[in-house]
Design a protein around this ligand. Structure first.
Ligand code: ZN
Length: 304
C-alpha cells in the first residue's frame, strides 16, 4: 500500500515538474519576441522555421512591396475609432467573451480599412505608435491586442472551442519599448562576449526582430497554437487547430501572414502560427486570391 502511495507521489511530482518546464518555455517565448529566439534559447528539435537573416532579407527586398498603402501614422490617428462589436464581459474572469458582427457592411464599405498596412523590413512602425489594448486570452499572463479588434480574436477562440478546438495564444501585442529592451539586452550580451557593437547588432538581428519591424507591435498579430502542438513549430500545420484556422480565420478578419510558398516575398520563413488582422473584407479577398499581404498591397496600389 505504501509503495503505491510512493509511486503516486512520484508520478505527481514528475507531472508537476513537466508542467513547470513547459510554462517556463512558453513564458520565455513570449518575452523573447521572435520565433527564432525560441529555438535558439531552447534548441528545440523543430528548428526549420527560423526568421531569415539580414542578408536573406536583403535578397528578398527586390520582390517585396516597399510602401505601405496606409501608413501606420495615419492609422494611429484613427485609433479612437470604435469597433462595432459589443463586449459582454471582462478581462479578469479567464473566460473573456465578446460578441462581434462578422458580416460585411451591406453598403459595400470596407470594414477596418485602417488595419491594412504593412510592417516589415522596409516598413517599420514609427517609434511613437501607440494603441489601446484589451486582453484577448489569459493563461500564465494576459495577452493583449489592439482594443479595436481584440473582440474578433476573442470570438474566434470562442467559436473554435465550440467546434472542439482549443486555441492557445502564446504571443500577442508587444510594445516598441519591450522589443527594444529585448533587442538591446541581446546586443549587450554579445558585446560582453567581446564582439563589436556592429557585429553584436548583426548577430542579434538574426534572432530578434529589430524594434519597429515586429508585427506584434501593431497589436494586430498573434501567435496561435494548440494542445496538439504547443510549441512554435512547423508541425503545427498538421494539427486540427491549423486546419480550423485555415478554414475559418478569414471570417474573423485574420490572415496567415507568412505562408509557406511566399517566404521570398515576405522575407520571413513559414510561420503557420502567426495570424494578422486586416479586417473582414480584406481577409476574405486575401484568402480568395492566395496572395500574401505584400503582394495584395502591391495589387491594391496598381488597382487604384
Ligand atoms: Zn508572431
Amino acid at each position: 500500500m505504501s509503495k503505491k502511495i510512493n509511486r503516486l507521489f512520484l508520478a505527481c511530482f514528475i507531472i508537476s515538474a513537466c508542467f513547470m518546464h513547459a510554462c517556463k518555455k512558453i513564458e520565455t517565448t513570449e518575452i523573447s519576441d521572435t520565433e527564432t529566439s525560441t529555438y535558439t534559447s531552447f534548441s528545440l528539435t523543430e528548428t526549420t522555421s527560423t526568421k531569415t537573416s539580414s542578408s536573406e532579407t536583403a535578397l528578398s527586398e527586390s520582390t517585396t512591396a516597399s510602401t505601405a498603402l496606409t501608413s501606420p501614422q495615419i492609422s494611429s490617428s484613427t485609433q479612437k475609432q470604435t469597433s462595432k462589436s459589443s463586449v459582454e464581459t471582462s478581462d479578469t474572469s479567464g473566460t473573456t467573451q465578446a460578441t462581434v458582427d462578422l458580416s460585411l457592411p451591406e453598403n459595400g464599405e470596407i470594414d477596418h480599412e485602417w488595419a491594412l498596412f504593412l510592417v516589415n523590413q522596409n516598413n517599420p512602425l514609427p517609434q511613437d505608435y501607440s494603441i489601446e489594448t484589451k486582453t484577448v486570452y489569459e493563461s500564465y499572463m494576459k495577452f493583449k491586442m489592439d482594443s479595436r479588434i481584440a473582440d474578433y480574436m476573442i470570438q474566434m477562440i470562442s467559436d473554435a472551442k465550440k467546434d472542439g478546438i482549443s486555441l492557445i495564444i502564446c504571443s500577442a501585442y508587444r510594445s516598441y519599448e519591450k522589443q527594444k529592451s529585448i533587442f538591446d539586452s541581446d546586443v549587450k550580451s554579445y558585446q560582453a562576449q567581446g564582439y563589436s557593437y556592429e557585429d553584436a547588432y548583426a548577430m542579434t538581428s538574426k534572432n530578434v526582430a529589430i524594434p519597429g519591424q515586429s508585427e506584434h507591435a501593431t497589436g494586430l498579430a498573434a501567435d496561435i497554437l494548440s494542445d496538439e502542438c504547443p510549441t512554435l513549430s512547423e508541425k503545427f500545420e498538421n494539427t486540427k487547430a491549423f486546419a480550423w484556422l485555415n478554414e475559418n480565420a478569414y471570417k474573423y478578419g485574420f490572415i496567415l501572414r507568412y505562408p509557406k510558398e511566399k517566404t521570398d516575398i515576405t522575407g520571413i520563413n513559414y510561420e503557420p502560427w502567426h495570424y494578422r488582422f486586416v479586417g473582414l473584407y480584406h481577409a476574405k479577398k486575401i484568402k480568395d486570391s492566395g496572395l500574401c499581404l505584400e503582394e495584395y498591397m502591391e495589387q491594391q496600389k496598381t488597382n487604384q
